[in-house]
Design a protein around this ligand. Sequence first.
Ligand code: F6R
Length: 242
Amino acid sequence: MEVLILPTPEEVGRVAADRITSVVRAKPGAVLGLATGSSPQAIYAELARRVRDGSLDLALTRAFALDEYVGLPVDHPQSYAAVIARDVVGPLGMDPQRVRVPDGLSEDVERTTAEYELAIARAGGIDIQLLGIGANGHIGFNEPTSSLASRTRIKTLAPQTRADNARFFASLDEVPMHCITQGLGTILDARELLLVAQGEGKADAVAHAVEGPVSSMWPASALQLHPHATVILDEPAASRLA
Ligand code: F6R
């Protein structure tokens, strides 16, 4: 695992955007794994700037989101389908037909999740998977105790995750109880993993992920099992590393 510690959250975004840019320049039809939430916003802003100035073209890329809430209407502004469409696909000039988000309204979750796995495999697998990290060490919505071999499935959100994400909703009660998430095994199948974290609130989780034993209690520690994982941190997020 390569760990980069940078002076500002903006630098984290720029260096992570450099990594994605070089993957796409080498393979214009690259398959990207997309994260939502605050952590990747600086990366998306930097990629959007490069698309606008003509130095990067993402039109041929394909993409799969990591996760989706269960039960939010697709047009709910905080459904990840809406977030990805608004904050990623549009500004980055991606083709909406080539971008998939798990269906959080499916009435047959088992079929939906199996199809999601199949779609990733048919696309040739994910070339670079972008990840944030929860304060409890989750990646995607693989909460503590998730199997390291897990595949895309329905999960219950941890109370801490619901509380942390309540900032995107009018109240805690509005945050869904369940989600569909790529599994840790699904994430580990990507050819390259890129985890970004900013701020002191992530410092404990980052220390467990990078320096702790590999444990389902700290799901991000699964990155230690991957041959090509990069962790990009600002100084507060790195502050509890030895
Ligand atoms: C989002 C996701 C989550 C977030 C994590 C950190 O698609 O998979 O693992 O990356 O909850 O969220 P932020 O970045 O909002 O602190």
